[in-house]
Design a protein around this ligand. Sequence first.
Ligand code: ADP
Ligand code: MG
Length: 435
Amino acid sequence: MTLWPRTLLWRSVLLIAALLVVAHLAWLQIFRASEIEPRALQAARQLVSVVNLTRAALVTADAGRRFALLDELAQREDIQVYAGDPAESVPPLPDRPFLRIMEKQLREQLGTQTRLALERNGVGGVWVSFRIDADEYWVSLPRSRIERNEPLRWIGWGALVLALAVIGAFLVVARINRPLRELTRAAEHLGRGTPPPHVTEAGPTEIRTLARTFNQMAADIQRQDEERALLLAGVSHDLRTPLSRIRLALEMLDDHGAADLKSGVAQDIEDIDGAIGQFLDFARPIDAEPLAADTDLNALVQAVVDRYVRNRDAVRFTPAPLPQRPLRPQAMQRLLGNLIDNALRHGRDGAEVRTGCDGQTTYIEVLDRGPGIPPADTERMLQPFTRMDRARSTSGTGLGLAIVDRIARLHGGIIKLLPRDGGGLRARVELPSAA
Ligand SMILES: Nc1ncnc2c1ncn2[C@@H]1O[C@H](COP(=O)(O)OP(=O)(O)O)[C@@H](O)[C@H]1O
Ligand SMILES: [Mg+2]
């Protein structure tokens, strides 16, 4: 699992928050570095006066009052004074800038023999030595006198800064992200083919331009869809109506010995009508038909095959048990019709239809004994308006297999044009068994 978030929102929030925290830490570091020296000087000044006062008191007090004086210092000021030995050693100071500056200052003001320690004889505190003649004495103060010991408070402030940084970053990025999210939702609608909601055209120039362009594009697509629907209705009415009038007139016409001519014209009319049908199928919005819940695919295939059989076409059907699944029945019938038409047109003795199921996939196969399609050309034949060499067939639009391909993909499946054992084409549509 990776901790790096996937959404733009959280990535930007993290980046900005990290940036703010780093900037804050850097700033803190600069502040601390510039503040160390004044603080060390002030602490040293305090120690110097403590030592000077203590030494003066010791020197001037008469011998009898000295103990009482030391006692009072210890009780009132928490300052302890001990006799020491110049030869004794104390643990060295930790190497910190603050302590180094302080030590240097003490030596300058109290004499070079002055020693500073944070521990003596195992007792912690601030220890400063001073001399009275050749004797060494040590003054000890609690460390809190010179040090600010509050790392916990810094951690608390740090956490607060981090929280504020994340919240601030979230607010900033969420503002930018909101129009983007709206746009994404609208684009998803467009991708599914449903009319997208109007995107708010507000905010900074770039976002506004993007929203306006998107709205314009969505409106254009919508208008094109409407125009296409209009065109379809027009074609179907304006071409097919006169066509059926011609067909009717032809039937009422006397032969006058031109029976061949008449049946030729009738065939041409059928072809034109078929081509118009293909154009309409191809241009029709693909997902206009709703999904019908659990449908029996075998019954559907049987109905289509029966239609051909009634028409005296040699179509044989071998069903196998299939799971039911949601389908678009009209689209499925069109798919099957296109494949059977091809098999009848290009094959020699009719078409064979099979269904089957192997676990995840349900398949329908339409087989014939025609010339087949070379594997190198199958991909091309699925494109609209492509056909093999003209010599093979005289009529046809080249849309049949493109429509089959579309309908198969609409159902989450694919069409495979395979060579059949023993010659011919094996057109196989594979659908996922569950939708
Ligand atoms: N069963 C088949 N056997 C051999 N060739 C086929 C078969 N089905 C289709 N084809 C080839 O693929 C081409 C494209 O088919 P199709 O898209 O249905 O268009 P159309 O049938 O209008 O020509 C056909 O022109 C034909 O050359
Ligand atoms: Mg065809």
